[in-house]
Design a protein around this ligand. Sequence first.
Ligand code: AMP
Ligand code: ZN
Ligand code: ZN
Length: 429
Amino acid sequence: MRKIPPLHISLFASACASLLLAACSHAPTTPAAAPAPSTVVVPAEVSTAPSTVILVSVDGLRATTIGTGVMPTVDAIAASGVHAAWLTPSYPTQTFPNHYTLVTGLRPDHHGIVHNHMRDAVLGNFVSKGTSALDGRWWGGEPIWVTLQKQGGIAATMFWPGSEAEIAGQRPRYYMTYNKQMPANARVDKVLAWLDLPAAQRPGLVTLYFENYDVAAHATGADSEESINALKTVDVALARLRDGLHSRGLDASTDLIVVSDHGMITVRSEDVRYLDDLVPANSIQVIHTGPLAGLNPKRGHVQQVEKVLLGRHDHYECWRKQDLPARWQYGHNPRVPAILCQADPGWRVVMHGMPESTQRSGEHSYAPEAPEMRATFVATGPDFIDGTQLPAFDNVEVYPLLARLLHITPAANDGSVDPLLPALRDASP
Ligand code: AMP
Ligand code: ZN
Ligand code: ZN
């Protein structure tokens, strides 16, 4: 269930703590009263507050890639900074649901982006790569850029699912229309250009997103040469980012966090099962297929479809949405179809006549507890204790972490910063 975390200390309050000013003991901690990080004047010698938090996502980056040498820049952050054993994705292990969980701290059931492909009784169809994703009515909760800007800060998004939609009345001050063709290095240069803005316009939070690995892995497999090259391309861009921060003297005032949304697994075209081998195609409305199939039995066919589909099958299992395993915390949102069929790692549940769903060589959308779905968390910067190895934690904890690093009060969310406290210099409750 959703829980509301305790209010976090504002920048003003933490600056007061640093200065040990008794007069600050009544420092405001309400969202409306919290001052903008970039406008608070704190003497440099006593300030511990970073001026920037950069959140990077490498789509599909498996936890097991870290430390293998494929991504030396990410490896270096992991070795010298903070490294979690892994980041457990939320269900379903898809790009849009998990990216939005990372920036809201809400499970997909709670923020409403329950799948890359959804159907809503009022809004119609949602397609992650379509214009529907620009409609703010799909996006519930409060992304970190809104939380920051409501409290006086400035946010910039170099791509992130949800960043182009107006949510809770606003967009990031700086955002980009998603363009898959924009080279990784150019994305980094845009981030650095934002950091070069005059102080009053400079963002305190920047997101940066790379799809290179996800795209290559779907097309050619999780460990193909193309996929490894995609990881290397992203790593070169991250090296450029670190160099850019260093040459600007920003290392000491920038928290850099690298995460992923889910992992990746190589699949074989023959490892598929067909829903319409069990039920007539015209008895179901199929919302999505693949590692996770979702469908609604058509009127008059509910009993027949449920009788045949519900339960364990060869390499997959189907449930009524309300009966899904409780650990997945999923299935109560009206946008989730009535029946879900989750394939075992490596398998897919599809329909005859939908060849595109079996042509991929790499997949995610498997159960979050599958080791191959484990996502990545590494971080470095002034707020982190160097050389900290953390046990795995859930990706709902990232939003409360970001709020803490930004010295703002988080909106209600499903996470807690507690699992991160051993890695933070200021671990005060
Ligand atoms: P999927 O593999 O279906 O979960 O979706 C991942 C793909 O979504 C990536 O390869 C990107 O091409 C695409 N994508 C990522 N971010 C965005 C965005 N902000 N807008 C549109 N498409 C995106
Ligand atoms: Zn993804
Ligand atoms: Zn993908």
